[in-house]
Design a protein around this ligand. Sequence first.
Ligand SMILES: *Cc1c(COP(=O)(O)O)cnc(C)c1O
Length: 379
Amino acid sequence: MSKPKLETMLIHAGEPRIAGSVTMPIFQSSTFENKDKAGYHDIRYGRLSNTPSHDALHQKLAAAEGAEAALATSSGMAAISTTLLSLLRAGDHLIAQDSLYGGTHDLLTHDLPALGIEVTRVSGDDAGSWEKARRPRTKAFYCEAISNPLVRVADLEGIVAFARKHSLVSVIDNTFATPMGFRPIDRGFDLAVHSATKYLNGHSDLIAGAAMGSRALIEKVKHKLDHLGGSLDAHACFLLQRGLKTLAVRFRQQSQTASELARFLERHPAVSRVYHPSLESHPDYARARKLLAFPGAMLSFELRDAARVPRLFERMTLPIKAPSLGGCETLITQPAQTSHAGLSPSERQSIGITDGVLRLSVGLEAAEDLIADFTQALE
Ligand SMILES: *Cc1c(COP(=O)(O)O)cnc(C)c1O
């Protein structure tokens, strides 16, 4: 049999069938008996991410990204911070894409510099600026597969080539694209990180993160995690293990519904712009077609009249006004009031995030019902 496809791996990878159990049981035990082996490295303990719950989940996560190894963490931010702290020390320098997830932005702006790690922000499209940013102690390049909230796709191939040429560790946050949309490891990235809170789990019912890559790099991240303490608990391991099995069907359906909704919104007279990688009007349409297997289920649109936003929120019945993304329910946010509230109105204007921009995480409702709901709410 040829190598099974992602859909199959999501079901069958990391399923040890313990005592014949078809699904992976919950190992609700903080510590494990240590009969004959006595060394520190043989200790099985929840914080060391090496219980049966972790081993099974790591196999499934690694299979999901087609990576040698994976590590689950207690949140997406735990995956990101621990990964970066495992790669960088005082005096080192990081090149990072601008317009990153808010928590990552703050980590790079406040916490890393406080530890003596310098960060230069660059455009994900401008290879010239990467070269200018590079210093003797530049160690890594950090980017995101799809940006928030305008779902831009950076020059990811260029970033890999640049990182390789200068021996930098390339790290990509693949949360928005998921392994269904983009395959970072196949494309040459060294490490993928995720907020598993979002699509990997897919049910808006846990907080978790993950890092995937070579055995050697993941081992390094794991040692840092052992000390920083952001391991995932057994029950959350179980939920994530379960959620991952349906990633492929969820993401395919959600991408499809998002594409239909994007086309509907693009034709609507009350909407001035729609951002979704499936639309030819999207600035990165050609790149997205080349790099993404699915356009994803995050989309943003701008109301012609921002004053109508409160009315839309009032009239909508299906989308839930809540932050986060990647669950079964369609969620809506106003980035100017949430993720980008920290910027001044003119800063927001300059990056296209006006008060009329709304972000949708498209869920698993029927496309017809979502379209009908927006039709009446936009009237
Ligand atoms: C949510 C999110 C994170 C942070 O994940 P948590 O699980 O909330 O810690 C990081 N990156 C992206 C792109 C996200 O959407």
